[in-house]
Write a protein that binds this ligand. Sequence first.
Ligand SMILES: Cc1cc2nc3c(=O)[nH]c(=O)nc-3n(C[C@H](O)[C@H](O)[C@H](O)COP(=O)(O)OP(=O)(O)OC[C@H]3O[C@@H](n4cnc5c(N)ncnc54)[C@H](O)[C@@H]3O)c2cc1C
Length: 341
Amino acid sequence: MKLTEKEIADNYNDVWVLGEIVEGQVHKVTLELLGIARELAGKRASKKSQVVCLLMGSKLAGLEQDLFYQSADKVIMVDDESLKFFNDSIYASVVSRLINKYKPEILISGATSKGRSLMPLVAVQIETGLTADCTGLDIDEESGLLLQTRPAYGGNIIATIKCADHRPQMSTVRQGVFKALESDSSRTGELVIENVLEEEKKTRFTVISEESYGADAKINLHDANVIVAGGRGVKSAEGFEIIHKLAESVQGAVGATRATIDSGWISYAHQVGQTGLTVQPEIYIACGVSGQIQHLVGMQSSDLIIAINKDPDAPIMQLADVAIVGDLFEVVPEITKLMSI
Ligand SMILES: Cc1cc2nc3c(=O)[nH]c(=O)nc-3n(C[C@H](O)[C@H](O)[C@H](O)COP(=O)(O)OP(=O)(O)OC[C@H]3O[C@@H](n4cnc5c(N)ncnc54)[C@H](O)[C@@H]3O)c2cc1C
């Protein structure tokens, strides 16, 4: 429903993060989102905006503590057996009801499979807009308009999207885009308990079990401190051998550009970029990667970027903290040798 400026100003406040639980623990993306939520709420200090984490699931007691340490002012906990498995219909009904009750100004969620399933349902139920897969979030301090940045038209433009007349302003954000704050164990917060209503449990389908297909540890790019990525410069599937060896020597993971995946040299699980993963390791070593924007959006927030390329004018060389001009087939084995000493 379209709202007037006055209705928005009088009724809507706070930045909400939709918390996610994986195997009994708070998902890393939730902690990352609490970091950006704190920043957004800080810019709405005149409204005394709070950071609120909505946590839903079963057997959640105690998990609120971590969320307080990570900057949540309030945790709204819905702990119910009916939420044990992710049934988007039940989850959406509960989220929508709580939004109508508390009226948050902003609601953000990870662009995980659950977030991608749940957020559109909620947006439809409460009649507001949703910007998916944001790569940046900021806020207009005066109006409270969320500035939601994401690539559009196949990555050819970076669009900033606003949701002017509806609330809450809703976004999903990929893991690795924002950094979690340092945990501060001196922080405390308010815990609010909510329930699932009986009618919300009545759905057209029942989830009877949930299985997760964990990624191969070697491809766990999100958790790797070092990523060694290969681009078309590696020339072939066999050429990736030296990339794997370097990654192994630094206990890192192997990333890749889409060009190499399209060539069938390595599997999609390794793809970094706009249509792959967004990563933020301490060190990203790009080998034979030119640095097209669609790749850069997936790795440009890495702490230290090392690029190895024959072409000193390749775009990645401008972005890199350390740019090594040379043939990767000579440079990469040399680095691997040094790392193995
Ligand atoms: C809608 C859309 C989405 C996309 N999504 C993604 C995405 O998610 N991720 C992604 O990566 N791309 C994506 N792309 C593709 C992207 O535009 C580029 O085509 C791709 O990133 C280029 O990959 P590359 O750097 O490996 O290849 P190239 O651009 O061909 O670069 C190869 C580089 O290797 C260097 N080189 C060659 N030989 C050597 C050598 N022996 N030693 C050292 N250097 C050498 C060359 O100088 C060159 O700079 C997308 C494109 C579109 C249109």
